[in-house]
Design a protein around this ligand. Structure first.
Ligand SMILES: O=C(O)CCC(=O)C(=O)O
Length: 324
């Protein structure tokens, strides 16, 4: 197993070209497909069909078309339907879950803080809001940005009564409460998250625990989209075995590293032939909700800008909580 962490940029896009569209304006539900073109996110100037995507520095590069689309849901659908879909698919891509204006305020505040740390340069054409990395050394890890996690604009996205809290309460059929620790990721170019499931990091409390992954800046493929391994939460064969072994580890108790691999192909063949990787581009307001046993990771950020996102964990307020 490899450490959950950052990679270095070894797989740059094959070609860049100006296209003018962005993830923020991408049609809801737009996802990876052979025909979907256009440039994601504020980085612009990228032909996504030519992107080579991977989870880490050692991984085989994969064409974008290797990744299928995520099914999109709406926060206005009945909770019972969403619960059934979550069980079936293992995830919900909820377009417009958060109030986009609240997310934009958070993005602007966090980008300002990165700029104050000298991590962002004011790009002449795209401005400082593009989040272009200055080149100053940094990691995607939360520890490096602990001082930003109390940012009031950022915290507003998850406070009691927020759209996220109300939505998660409906899904969990009870008053939903997030872990105090919110994993804010300011992901520089070259970084990504290898394949893992969340149970190995936070499996000591209730099993009714959900991750809510929230892009704070618009996230196109090139910024390192979240990728999910469809069916890994329920398929038999190798996945069943994996859930019963790896999936029951506790990274602290068992002193293991939680990441499985940087190679997405491993989980689509042989005993894992039921697995299929899916991804999407994300606008501000979107979120992906998933359970503790779904394998996932994020692609390497091959843009020149930071990807800011956050993963929060939610459970019923009255259920036993992992103490970490
Ligand atoms: O955003 C990422 O890079 C990874 C997210 C993740 O691992 C999670 O939400 O559990």
């Amino acid at each position: 197993m490899k450490a959950k962490g950052d990679g270095t940029l070894r797989h740059i896009m094959a070609k860049r070209k100006r296209t003018g569209s962005s993830a923020a304006t991408a049609a809801p539900g737009r996802a990876a497909s052979a025909s979907a073109g256009g440039a994601p996110g504020p980085g612009g100037d990228v032909d996504v069909d030519l992107l080579e995507l991977a989870f880490g520095p050692d991984a085989q590069r994969l064409p974008r078309t290797f990744f299928g689309p995520m099914r999109a849901s709406s926060p206005s659908e009945p909770a019972a339907i969403l619960r059934a879909r979550l069980e079936e698919d293992g995830y919900l891509l909820v377009r417009g879950l958060h109030d986009a204006s609240v997310v934009k305020a958070a993005a602007s505040s966090l980008l300002g803080r990165l700029a104050a740390k000298g991590l962002i340069v004011d790009d002449a054409r795209r401005g400082s809001a593009a989040g272009v990395h200055s080149g100053k050394a940094t990691t995607a890890g939360s520890r490096e940005h602990l001082d930003m996690q109390d940012d009031p604009h950022f915290c507003r996205m998850f406070e009691d009564g927020s759209r996220a809290q109300v939505f998660l309460s409906g899904l969990l059929e009870g008053d939903a409460h997030p872990f105090a620790f919110k994993f804010l990721r300011c992901v520089p170019p070259g970084a990504g998250t290898p394949v893992h499931c969340d149970n190995v990091y936070m499996g000591r409390g209730t099993g009714d625990l959900l991750t809510c992954w929230t892009p704070v800046t618009p996230v196109g493929y090139e910024h390192g989209s979240l990728c999910l391994c469809a069916n890994s939460h329920r398929a038999g064969g190798g996945f069943r075995k994996l859930r019963a072994t790896y999936g029951r580890l506790d990274v602290d108790r068992d002193r293991v590293q939680g990441s499985l691999s940087s190679d997405a192909r491993e989980f689509t063949t042989g005993p894992y032939s039921d697995g299929a990787w899916i991804t999407a581009e994300f606008a501000q307001g979107d979120a992906v909700v998933f359970g503790m046993h779904l394998l996932h990771g994020s692609l390497t950020n091959v843009s020149d800008a930071f990807r800011i996102s956050c993963d929060t964990r939610w459970q019923r307020r009255t259920d036993v909580m992992d103490e970490r």
